[in-house]
Design a protein around this ligand. Structure first.
Ligand SMILES: [Zn+2]
Ligand SMILES: [Zn+2]
Length: 367
């Protein structure tokens, strides 16, 4: 009898609680916790996390800073213990009474870049660029997919991913969107294979697939790792360049016919920008979206005479997410390979990502 009572209490507890992995102290291992399960009401929707992508910015959020070069760091303050995970793919398990077009049991990718909704930037539909003091980004400011359940405040943030594998779908919310938005900023001509993508890592491989789907481009891929470059070649890169090789600059100049018109840098390290920026042709554009860190010196007259553009982009807008997910649902983007690991390996996985030893995309699942 006592045993039965114990089971009933336990079941009741589990129904109201969920397992979450939280950053309690920056840089220290995440801690497994039993937290209260959120409830959907009004316009909100409760997702049960099916899979959550592990993005490189998770490493920075976990560490609590971005590298600015030298000893300088840009702090990312941890206001309270945080359940990270901003690439959420989840199944709808509860809907608020005002939700109209979402069905229980359906699976969706959650757009995580949620702004205050009130400022001029948000009103111009650029809520991903809302002030960091007022954003409600999933997995960064509010609980994300390292928890078993995720509350999403409005159905406009949910996107069906069609036949995309569960382990990949969430990756479109950050890395896929970042890849797409940065490519849009470079605005390459359709079919122009002289587009240069810096990174043959997870983000670079996603960008490669999106460049093929959205622009019919087989880009030139630059990286420092021969193994990753071989994978990029296999995935459809027209040419690959190892930027640590002596003849790398010359090779890029030859392949681009005297200088690159567009370079999209998904690494964003001092070394990668220093390598590529000086290889732009006149009027060329260098888009930086990686957050590896560091700083560079720019010789200003060359910026002017060369009419170069050096621009930064950060994730992407809700409108861009809509466009990207349409490409995804229509099967236009060849699915990138993803390694799926159980959530209890999250600490090892973050360490692997920090060391750069992950071969490609990785996501975690909760069962
Ligand atoms: Zn705002
Ligand atoms: Zn991310």
């Amino acid at each position: 009898m006592r045993f039965l009572l114990k089971i009933i209490v336990l079941v009741f507890f589990w129904e109201k609680h969920m397992k979450s992995y939280q950053v309690v102290e920056n840089g220290k291992p995440l801690i497994e916790k039993e937290l209260e399960k959120p409830k959907a009401s009004g316009k909100s929707i409760l997702l049960k996390t099916v899979s959550c992508g592990i993005c490189h910015s998770d490493v920075h959020i976990h560490d609590g800073f971005f590298e600015l070069g030298g000893d300088d760091k840009l702090p990312i303050s941890l206001r309270e213990p945080l359940t990270m995970g901003h690439e959420v793919y989840g199944e709808v398990v509860e809907i608020g009474e005002e939700v109209k077009n979402i069905s229980l049991g359906e699976k969706y990718v959650a757009y995580p870049w949620i702004g205050c909704g009130d400022c001029e930037v948000c009103k111009a539909d650029d809520e991903h660029l809302c002030s960091p003091l007022t954003t409600k980004n999933i997995g960064i400011n509010i609980p994300g997919g390292y928890g078993e359940y995720v509350l999403v405040e409005n159905e406009k943030y949910l996107f069906s991913a069609g036949d995309t594998p569960d382990s990949l779908a969430g990756s479109y919310a950050c890395r896929g969107l970042t890849a797409y938005s940065a490519l849009k900023r470079a605005n390459p001509s359709k079919g122009d294979n002289s587009l240069v993508i810096v990174s043959a890592g997870g983000l670079g491989l996603l960008a490669l697939q999106i460049a093929k789907a959205a622009y019919d481009i087989n880009p030139i891929i630059v990286d420092i790792d021969d193994e990753k470059l071989a994978a990029a070649k296999e995935a459809g890169a027209s040419e690959v360049i190892n930027s640590t090789h002596e003849d790398a600059a010359q090779k890029l100049m030859e392949l681009t016919g005297g200088g690159a018109r567009y370079i999209v840098d998904y690494v964003g390290a001092a070394a990668s920008v220093n390598f590529g920026y000086n290889l732009l042709r006149r009027g060329g554009i260098y888009v930086v979206t990686g957050l590896f860190g560091g700083s560079i010196n720019i010789q200003l007259p060359l910026l002017t005479v060369g009419a170069r553009q050096l621009v930064g982009t950060y994730v992407g807008s809700l409108a861009e997410m809509r466009e990207l997910m349409e490409l995804v649902r229509n099967g236009k983007i060849q699915p990138a390979k993803v390694e799926s690991r159980p959530i209890d390996q999250i600490n090892e996985t973050l360490q692997d990502m920090k060391k750069g030893s992950l071969p490609g995309l990785v996501s975690v699942h909760h069962d």
